[in-house]
Design a protein around this ligand. Structure first.
Ligand code: ZN
Length: 268
């Protein structure tokens, strides 16, 4: 059954519009990399982080806070991709403005990002963006983008299923499985704004966060992508256009609640 779906997806891939392309890629990705493989990959990355002595924050109030934010967004993400077992981790690194997601649904947020944000709406926008990378199967799609659809499809259709796992592990090792291309970043921004709005937050938070970082001349790691990554200006324009097109009107900023939690985050 998997192979039939894949063959159909491959056939339609060559003759489809840009809009259909993302959907087709998602079908291909879902067929190539199973949910279990994604979970395994996510587990591998987590083990790697522990080996690198990543310091996870152990401040219960901050943990509850981040958990609460994630839970405001996951019901929407679950509609777009059911069955993901979301987990979140706060990394104790106040100097790093970063967040990332790994295949399978682990979300990592640096304390530096929580400290750099002025509103909860900004944090929620970034978290929504990260959930989107999982929802839209970007790591599997990245595999296809990096290796070529035909190569990956041939492998998936081949007799040795471990080929795909090896390939995925190889990409993971170089970090490229989480270095998404321009289209995927823009797509994640769109989901991020949608999810923030759906949770009652000002969907412009993601854009204002980019604006602010741009003004400071800072390019945090999660904005450092492949050479084709979208500029902040382009991202802000696209988010603004999406909000106008969909009439998003949520307004919650969450300034006081974020300030209260920032006070509990170690600053060094
Ligand atoms: Zn991203």
């Amino acid at each position: 059954m998997r192979h039939l779906v894949l063959a159909a997806a491959v056939l339609s891939f060559t003759a489809c519009s840009m809009m259909q392309r993302s959907q087709t890629e998602q079908i291909v990705a879902a067929t190539l990399i199973t949910d279990q493989q994604e979970t395994d990959l996510g587990f591998q990355v987590h083990e790697e982080l522990k080996k690198e002595n990543t310091k996870f924050l152990d401040v219960p109030d901050v943990g509850f806070y981040v958990s609460g934010l994630v839970q405001k967004l996951t019901p929407q993400a679950d509609k777009d991709r059911p069955g993901v077992k979301w987990q979140y981790f706060v990394i104790d690194d106040p100097k790093t403005v970063n967040a990332f997601a790994t295949p399978g649904g682990r979300i990592y947020i640096y304390t530096g990002l929580l400290l750099a944000a002025d509103t909860e709406a900004e944090v929620v926008g970034v978290v929504g963006h990260e959930l989107a990378h999982v929802v839209a199967r970007h790591s599997a799609r990245q595999l296809v983008a990096a290796k070529g659809l035909e190569t990956v499809a041939a492998m998936a259709l081949g007799k040795d299923p471990s080929d795909v796992a090896l390939l995925a592990a190889g990409l993971l090792g170089k970090g490229s499985i989480m270095a998404y291309g321009r289209d995927m970043e823009l797509e994640a921004d769109q989901y991020g704004a949608k999810y923030a709005n759906g949770a009652g937050y000002d969907p412009r938070g993601l854009a204002t966060f980019f604006e602010k970082l741009k003004a400071k001349g800072e390019l945090p790691q999660f904005l450092t992508f492949l050479s084709t990554h979208p500029s902040n200006t382009e991202r802000i324009e696209k988010i603004t256009a999406l909000i106008a097109a969909n009439g998003y009107q949520s307004t919650e900023q969450g300034v006081a609640s974020l300030k209260a939690i920032q006070a509990k985050i170690p600053k060094q």
